[in-house]
Design a binder for this molecule. Structure first.
Ligand code: PLP
Length: 425
């Protein structure tokens, strides 16, 4: 299997064969990006497997994509809004770039009660992934960054794209200018901040993808204090917050003083099954200021108006329906279903004596396989059980020896995966 594109040979092979090259050099930042993106790589291996085993019944527990239908009350609201566009009274063109007021109010009331998050601090978007990149655009390219290790790859990749990561070092599997904060079982999935060097930006995801672990109130308090002491900003990804089942904070703004040091990004993707519908939001507090005292919210507003123009009004109608009492209740049932899947997977690995984490506050299960590399485990589970997982190293060097399984899946697939894994392991 050819795992990655060798950039030097790619350049010369192409240059020799093609007679219509432009004179535009490839961006140095894009050239620094390693291996493309994790999921295309997994998909390629999956396709090769399927070609070799055309009759195998593949079970996909790799990519964290939702599988269960969106409740009717939500899709009906979108359908109604779509049909209204065909009427003279119901037609609407551009809306406010920052999102419809009613939806912003519903987000503030549902997710930020008692946190003093104001409607004008919420910017509705087409998803968290896009917002991660918009936030990158907001901040100067020279700023230094820290990320959890392991974590969701988009923070690093989008930092590299804007030129903030430095060169990749193959020996360590790390980019030179990025601080990797180890968050493994040995430190309760939270970085040792006493040994973490100061960076300008700290990307922090809780519940974390891939470990499924949520930071506690005490841990987040430490993180906020650390950022304050260093004059840093936390970019907090709360995409899985609705899955938290214990008293862990669902927002960084539950921590007093966090509004002075944090931006929060969130999404309808995972709690409402909107991965394909596309809706998210970012909170930029008024209190968050640059070194010269200028409010960041003003620049973020400018970026949203310049680079985005607002989320679809059809989708925003769906988002509003998600946050009605009936809509939210229906979504909670689907979330419970996914978390039952997670429990089945956790119990499966526990029953064969493996160390398994997550699956309690987030829809991911993180399993350790001592003595094996993540890609070895990925390949064996694919080859011998026809199950697609994600190798832990795809989330950072500290993911070596682990795989991640997603609890998003139909129950019968998860049960079948459990049977096959029990037999294999
Ligand atoms: N943030 C995290 C931690 C994720 O795991 C994902 C998707 O898997 C995203 C953001 C992307 O979310 P969205 O679908 O809203 O772009």
């Amino acid at each position: 299997v050819q795992l990655s594109t060798n950039q030097t040979s790619f350049k010369s092979d192409r240059a020799q064969r093609v007679d219509h090259l432009t004179k535009i050099p490839r961006s140095v930042n894009m050239e620094s990006l390693q291996n493309g993106y994790l999921f295309p790589e997994i998909f390629m291996r999956e396709c090769l497997y399927a070609k070799r085993n055309p009759h195998a019944r593949l079970i996909r527990l790799g990519i964290g994509d939702t599988t269960e239908p969106i409740p009717d009350i939500i899709t009906s609201a979108m359908a109604k809004q779509a049909l209204a566009l065909s009427t003279a009274q119901g037609y609407k063109g551009y809306g406010p770039e920052q999102g419809n007021r009613e939806l912003k109010r519903a987000i503030a009331e549902t997710f930020y009660q008692d946190m003093q998050v104001k409607e004008n601090e919420i910017f509705v978007s087409d998803g968290a992934q896009c917002d991660i990149s918009r936030v990158q655009m907001l901040l100067d390219d020279s700023l230094s960054i820290a990320v959890q290790d392991p974590t969701f790859p988009a923070y690093i990749d989008s930092s590299i794209i804007v030129g903030r990561g430095g060169r990749f070092k193959a020996e360590s599997g790390k980019y030179k200018k990025i601080v990797y904060m180890k968050c493994g079982a040995e430190n309760n999935f939270f970085p040792n901040l006493s040994t973490t060097p100061r960076t300008d930006l700290i990307f922090f995801c809780s519940p974390n993808n891939p470990t499924g672990s949520a930071a506690s109130q005490q841990q987040l308090k430490q993180l906020v204090e650390f950022a304050k002491a260093n004059g840093s900003i936390i970019i907090y990804d709360a995409a899985y917050a609705a899955y938290i089942s214990d008293e862990s904070p669902r927002s960084i703004f539950e921590i007093p003083g966090a509004k002075e040091v944090a931006i929060e990004i969130s999404s309808f993707s995972k709690f409402a099954g909107f991965t394909g519908v596309r809706l998210g939001w970012t909170v930029v507090p008024e209190e968050l200021l640059y070194a010269n005292g200028y409010p960041m919210i003003k620049d973020y507003d400018r970026i949203v108006c310049t680079c985005f123009n607002g989320a679809s009004n059809i989708v925003q109608a769906g988002g509003l329906a998600c946050l009605t009492p009936q809509g939210f209740q229906a979504l909670k049932r689907t979330m419970r279903y996914y978390m039952e899947n997670a429990k089945i997977l956790v119990d499966t690995f526990k029953s064969v004596g493996l160390k398994v984490y997550g699956g309690k506050n987030g829809p991911y299960v993180w399993v350790q396989f001592p003595g094996l590399s993540s890609w070895q485990v990925f390949d064996q589970i694919l080859e011998r059980a026809a199950i697609v997982t994600v190798p832990g190293t795809g989330f950072g060097p500290a993911g070596e020896g682990y795989i991640r399984l997603s609890a998003f899946g139909h129950r019968e697939c998860v049960l079948e995966a459990s049977r096959r894994l029990t037999k294999l392991l």
